[in-house]
Ligand binder design. Structure first.
Ligand code: NAP
Length: 235
């Protein structure tokens, strides 16, 4: 009766912190990403979620490693692309690629695990503060993160009667490679970003993992959008 977490993008950042948290509590963890998750005991499925063919590979890995439905399953949609772009110059190819990884992949994964969603299971979406507001220069990301909230709310309605729950956890500025790649390594800029939380510091990935873990174990949060941003200062 093992409980399993299926996490996209656990090779680094928030996803890796999630793998640590679920493993600490004795859950089986399967990571879906191109690079492996270094956390001991994690089953790594090396997939590029932006390329064709991943669906069959994940289906096979679920049969081989997770086996028939038994304990709880938490599917955590964490992997995402965060690109600099703007709403007036998006190309179809670029926009489709971001939407594919950030929105289409979660929907397809929901279908792949559907038969394994036993009582107490959950489908958890990692959104962003940009799930409910926009900033300049991130049109594809903003659009995809808004879409995730819609997908989560639809998931909640379509799970009626299943005793499976869902939620969307929306991190603020979290100290991961994604943030560093996006804003760069200039200490002054990083400090300015940190000062945009009321605590004056970046969020640790494990703090977001704590919230996701809470959601996995708290069915009353079904349908909730949870902002985990350390009190972001609006400018
Ligand atoms: N960091 C923040 O400040 C922040 C703020 C708000 C929301 N978030 C959200 O939190 C989540 C995690 O963010 P993070 O900061 O931890 O990001 P990250 O450090 O960039 O990690 C992203 C993960 O997604 C995986 N991934 C990306 N493209 C993939 C692909 N084509 N196929 C398979 N896996 C892919 C990466 O794995 P591989 O490269 O190994 O494939 C990596 O493990 C994202 O949904 C992000 O939008 C983050």
């Amino acid at each position: 009766m093992a409980d399993w977490a299926i996490i996209t993008g656990a090779s680094r950042g928030i996803g890796q912190a999630l793998a640590v948290r679920f493993r600490q509590h004795g859950w089986g963890v399967m990571n879906l990403s191109r690079r492996p998750c270094p956390v001991p005991g994690v089953v790594n499925v090396g997939v590029d979620l932006a390329a064709p063919g991943w669906e069959a590979q994940v289906g096979q890995a679920l049969r081989d490693s997770v086996g028939p439905p038994s304990g709880r399953l938490s599917l955590v949609h964490n992997a995402a692309l965060y690109e600099h772009d703007d709403a007036l110059s998006l190309t179809a190819e670029h926009f489709r690629r971001v939407l594919e990884v950030n929105v289409v992949v979660p929907a397809v994964l929901n279908r792949l695990v559907r038969e394994r969603l036993t009582d107490g299971s959950s489908i958890l979406y990692v959104g962003s503060t940009l799930s409910e507001k926009a900033v300049r220069g991130n049109a594809s990301y903003v659009t995809s993160k808004h879409a995730l909230v819609g997908l989560m709310r639809a998931t909640c309605q379509d799970l009626v009667g299943t005793r499976v729950h869902t939620a969307c956890i929306c991190p603020g500025f979290t100290d991961t490679e994604m943030l560093h790649e996006h804003v760069g390594e200039d200490p002054a800029i990083l400090e300015a970003v940190a000062k945009r939380t009321t605590f004056g510091r970046l969020i640790e990935p494990r703090e977001i993992a704590d919230v996701v873990w809470l959601c996995a174990n708290t069915p009353v949060l079904n349908g909730a959008v949870l902002h985990a941003n350390l009190g972001q200062i609006e400018s």
